[in-house]
Design a protein around this ligand. Structure first.
Ligand code: GUN
Length: 278
């Protein structure tokens, strides 16, 4: 089975759009999302354009603040401070990666945890790890929603996550732990990656190595989620060799059209939740 992320994301966006329309009728207010984009990194330009377009389509008041790549850290931190205080802004997102002169940790720490739609601020990271209410990073949240479309009861399932990043691997592990999975994180220093992956009922690949996961790395009944976005010969491919495994496993997400659209839909959902919480 191929998991249709495009379709699932469209359903989620429709729900968000309806809820925003209802809230607007009641309060005459809509959620506001401000994205800070620094420099000319081409993939970031595309991601931010998609985030803005999708936000507007569901009724979020979206705004992008662009800075040249040589902007000072102080200027960015001052802008975040201003946005933290602005009552019309529900969510703040600073698109990564950042240029060298800007300290990522300082920027992430500066965002009000209640407006941190990425869920990257250590307050949200800590709350998620502690099992408390938290804003959850969009990509792992989208992955979990897709997994739940094919696997209703995750309790006791063995989940293997390839990659240990703060953006994907670590929060994905926390979410799957919360669902009572047995969770293994594997990474570049793991011995015998293939053997570990072969144990997976749920396999999430979020490592940025094109076609890493092959047919003899997966069980027949595995659910495979491909977070990878790799450009090879001008084509976007994932971390999973989709053609090799699609007829073997129980379910797999394609790239593109799998996790990507869900990530953006979850950003809209996080923005709506931040608006409602305030
Ligand atoms: N760059 C790549 N993915 C992301 C993301 O999810 N959030 C932010 N802020 N930057 C990114």
């Amino acid at each position: 089975m191929i998991i249709d992320g495009k379709k699932e994301a469209a359903i989620l966006r429709e729900e968000i759009k309806n809820e925003i329309a209802n809230l607007k009728k009641k309060t005459n207010k809509v959620p506001g999302l401000t994205v800070i984009l620094i420099g000319e990194f081409a993939p970031s330009q595309i991601y931010v354009r998609n985030k803005e377009k999708n936000s507007k389509e569901v009724g979020i008041n979206s705004n992008v603040i662009k800075y040249p790549s040589d902007v000072s850290e102080e200027e960015v931190l001052n802008k975040i401070e201003e946005l933290n205080k602005d009552k019309n802004i529900s969510g703040i997102l600073v698109q990564l990666p950042l240029p060298d002169q800007i300290n990522k940790e300082k920027v992430i720490n500066a965002i009000d945890p209640l407006k941190d739609v990425d869920g990257f601020n250590p307050v949200n990271v800590g709350n998620l790890a502690s099992g408390y209410k938290a804003i959850v990073p969009c990509t792992p949240l989208g992955c979990l929603l897709l997994i739940k479309k094919v696997e209703k009861n995750l309790s006791g399932k063995h989940a293997v996550i390839i990659g240990r990043s703060n953006l994907n691997g670590k929060p994905m592990a926390q979410l799957l732990l919360k669902e009572n999975c047995t969770v293994t994180i594997v990474h570049s220093k793991t011995k015998n990656l293939q053997n570990e992956c072969l144990k997976a009922d749920i396999l999430v690949a979020a490592v940025g190595v094109p076609n890493l996961v092959k047919k003899d790395w997966v069980k027949n009944d595995a659910v495979v989620i491909d977070v990878g976005i790799n450009k090879v010969d001008n084509k976007i491919i994932g971390d999973v060799n989709f053609e090799e495994i699609k007829d073997k496993v129980r379910a797999v997400t394609p790239v593109p059209g799998g996790v990507g659209p869900m990530t953006i839909a979850c950003l809209l959902s996080n923005t709506l939740e931040c608006f409602k919480a305030r």
